[in-house]
Write a protein that binds this ligand. Structure first.
Ligand code: ATP
Ligand code: MG
Length: 269
């Protein structure tokens, strides 16, 4: 049994209610079977990445967004860890520095878009500029309002120039976040990850959920969909992300380049 990934996709502009998405997979697939499927998908992903690299005419950009402690890092480790690092780069977007703030919001983004043949993973992204920036009033309202169109145009530009974009929101509940943050406090090896900003941002939970709903309403297109991933069962989260990536790469019509020689004509001396 495979997952029907389209059940988790938003690919058109429509009204979105965050409560309507589940945060915890409760379907029929069992964990044991899911883990087996995940291993198979990772093999496919490795083959497809090699093909993307050889084809050399297109790239894949993976956008990962989530509330704090939802598991972005662990998703990256599990899904992208096994693939060839030569053709994959992860970029984490943090609080912009003064040089970045002295430019438009897409300036630091554009230079990190993956080159042809490569996979790029954005751990947070330009969507922060309509999420935290909106929730915390870090830019004028009018400026933020215009950014949804800028984002859609930017994504269209990338699409037209050969960069396929796939966007994931790792969806968790406020209670689950509490458990995860508590774990950071309780486990010595995880304590370094805890910052007071985790507590500060948690106080704006409702505002963030509304800001995310607006993102999904305004920035979901058939060619650039959002996937809302129920992220509280890690095995299912990894499986869904891997399957979407495999399906996306398969649909990219990648080909090995035409051979430059006829192997029958060549004798290695
Ligand atoms: P974790 O989920 O493990 O805590 P993280 O991605 O939250 O990882 P942090 O270093 O804790 O990493 O936080 C980065 C912070 O930078 C986030 O709070 C994020 O909202 C913020 N940030 C990212 N982009 C922007 C932006 N354009 N403007 C303002 N803040 C931003
Ligand atoms: Mg954080």
């Amino acid at each position: 049994m495979n997952i029907k990934t389209s059940d988790y996709a938003i690919s058109e502009s429509k009204s979105v209610k965050m409560d309507s998405f589940s945060t915890k997979y409760d379907g029929k697939l069992e964990k044991e079977k899911g883990l087996k499927l995940f291993d198979e998908l990772l093999k496919k992903l490795q083959d497809l990445q090699a093909l993307l690299y050889a084809d050399g005419s297109k790239s894949l950009l993976v956008v990962l967004q989530a509330m704090d402690a939802a598991g972005k890092d662990s998703t990256i480790r599990n899904v992208f860890g096994p693939i060839n690092p030569q053709g994959c780069k992860v970029v984490s977007f943090k609080n912009p520095n003064s040089v970045e703030l002295a430019h438009d919001f897409l300036w630091r983004i554009h230079q990190n878009v993956p080159r042809k043949g490569h996979i790029g993973v954005f751990n947070r992204s330009y969507y922060e500029d309509v999420l935290i920036v909106k929730v915390k009033n870090l830019a004028p309202k009018e400026t933020i309002k215009q950014r949804y169109d800028h984002i859609n145009n930017f994504e269209s530009l990338l699409n037209d120039e050969g960069t396929k974009i796939v966007k994931f929101f790792l969806h968790i509940s406020k209670d689950y976040q509490k458990e995860q943050l508590q774990e950071r406090l309780d486990i010595p090896e995880k304590l370094w990850k805890f910052t007071m900003s985790d507590i500060e941002e948690r106080a704006y939970w409702g505002d963030y959920q509304n800001a995310y709903a607006t993102v999904f309403e305004k920035c979901s297109l058939p060619k650039n969909p959002w996937y809302i991933v129920p992220a509280e069962r890690k095995w299912f989260r990894n499986l869904l992300v891997a399957q979407v990536l495999v399906e996306t790469l398969e649909a990219m019509d990648l080909k090995y380049p035409k051979a430059q020689v006829d192997p029958k004509q060549i004798v290695i001396p």
